[in-house]
Design a protein around this ligand. Structure first.
Ligand code: COA
Length: 312
C-alpha cells in the first residue's frame, strides 16, 4: 500500500478587499459587531473560480517541483463552478497544461477535505501524483442586502500536490478520516439556480460545532491518536467562535490552530488549504507532526482528516 503525502501547497486570492468599513457603508452593521461575532476584519472578493484555481494549482505544482504533465489526476473541489457544463476542472486542467483525468467535487465548504481523502484512494490504487484544489467565489452568490450572510462570504483558492510513497501506509500521510452528510439539513444553507445564498445562521452555527467535534473524534480514533497528540488543527474558516467552541470541546488549545479568517473570510472549499499554506509559510509544520483538518458546509456536509506531516 502507498501513502499519499502533501508535497506542495499554494494559494490564490482576488485583488479586491472588502473591509468591515466597506460593509458599514452598505448596510446596518458595524466593524465591532462583525469582529466580535465572526472574527472577520476583511475578505477578498471579485474572483473567477477557474482563474483562482489555476493560480493556486500552479503555485502548488511549483512548490512541489512537479511538472503539470506528470500529474495523474486533478480533483477540484468547488461549489461555485464557472459553468454548469463542463466541469471547472476541465478549464483548469487545460490552463495548467495537464493531460490526465479531471473532475469536480461539490461538498460545499467541506469539499477540499473530501478531495484530499479521495486523492489518497487514487494514490493507493496506483496514481502517482494528484493535484487537489479547493476554489470558490461565493461573493457572486452573496446577497449584499442581507447582513446575516454578506459579512461572511468571500472568494479564494488553495491547492496541494499529493504524491504516493511506497510502504508508508499508516505511518505517513492520511492516518484517519471521516466524511459525512446530513441532507435533512439542506434548508438551513442553500442557493437555488439563479438565486443568492440563504442561511439560518444560528442553526448552522449550532450544528457546525457539533459535526466538527464528532467528525474530528472519529478521524482521530481511526488514526489511533488522541486530541492531545494533535500538533496543528487546520479548520474551515467560517466563524472564529465556531473554531473556538470546537477546539474547546476537543480539548485542543487555540494556539494549535491555523486561523486566517480575520483577513480572508469564508471562501468555502478554499479556506482549509489557504490556512495550510499560511501555516507552512509561518514555519508551523514539521516532519512527524499530527495535523487535523476539519470542516463543514452546506448539505450539511462535514469532513475531517488526520495527516502525519512529512514527505519520507
Ligand atoms: N450586524 C449587526 N447586527 C447583526 C448582523 C450584522 N451583520 N447580523 C445579524 N445581526 C443582529 C440580528 O438581527 C440579531 O438582532 P436581534 O437580536 O435584534 O434580532 C442579533 O444581531 C443576533 O443575531 P444572530 O443571528 O443570533 O447572531 P449570531 O451571533 O448567531 O451571528 C452569524 C450571526 C451569521 C455571524 C452566526 O450565526 C454564524 O456565523 N453562523 C454560522 C454561519 C456559517 O458558518 N455559515 C457558513 C457555513 S460553511
Amino acid at each position: 500500500m502507498r501513502a499519499g503525502v502533501i508535497t506542495g501547497v499554494g494559494g490564490a486570492l482576488p485583488e479586491q478587499t472588502l473591509t468591515n468599513a466597506d460593509l458599514e457603508s452598505m448596510m446596518d452593521t458595524s466593524d465591532q459587531w462583525i469582529v466580535e461575532r465572526t472574527g472577520i476584519r476583511e475578505r477578498r472578493v471579485g474572483g473567477v473560480t477557474s482563474a483562482l484555481a489555476v493560480e493556486a494549482g500552479g503555485k502548488a505544482l511549483a512548490a512541489a517541483g512537479v511538472d503539470p504533465a506528470d500529474i495523474g489526476l486533478l480533483i477540484l473541489a468547488t461549489t461555485t463552478p464557472d459553468r454548469t457544463v463542463p466541469a471547472t476542472s476541465a478549464s483548469v486542467s487545460e490552463e495548467l497544461g495537464m493531460r490526465c483525468g479531471a473532475f469536480d467535487v461539490n461538498a460545499a465548504c467541506a469539499g477540499w477535505v473530501y478531495a484530499l481523502v479521495a486523492a489518497q484512494g487514487f494514490v493507493a490504487t496506483g496514481v502517482d501524483k494528484v493535484l487537489v484544489i479547493g476554489a470558490d467565489t461565493l461573493s457572486r452568490f452573496t446577497d449584499y442586502t442581507d447582513r446575516g450572510t454578506a459579512i461572511l462570504f468571500s472568494d479564494g483558492a488553495g491547492a496541494s500536490v499529493v504524491e504516493g510513497r511506497e510502504g508508508r501506509e499508516g505511518s505517513l500521510g492520511l492516518l484517519g478520516w471521516d466524511l459525512g452528510c446530513d441532507g435533512s439539513a439542506e434548508s438551513i444553507l442553500y442557493c437555488d439556480y439563479g438565486g443568492l445564498i440563504k442561511m439560518e445562521g444560528r442553526e448552522v452555527f449550532r450544528r457546525a460545532v457539533r459535526v466538527m467535534v464528532d467528525s474530528s473524534k472519529r478521524s482521530l480514533e481511526m488514526a489511533g491518536v488522541t486530541a492531545h497528540d494533535v500538533d496543528l488543527v487546520i479548520p474551515h474558516q467560517a466563524n472564529i467562535r465556531i473554531i473556538e467552541s470546537a477546539n474547546q470541546r476537543l480539548g485542543i488549545p487555540m494556539e494549535k490552530s491555523s486561523v486566517i479568517i480575520d483577513r480572508i473570510g469564508n471562501s468555502s472549499s478554499a479556506t482549509i488549504p489557504l490556512a495550510l499554506e499560511a501555516a507552512i509559510a509561518q514555519g508551523r509544520l514539521h516532519d512527524g507532526d499530527v495535523v487535523l483538518f476539519t470542516g463543514f458546509g452546506a448539505g450539511m456536509t462535514w469532513a475531517s482528516a488526520v495527516v502525519r506531516w512529512g514527505q519520507t
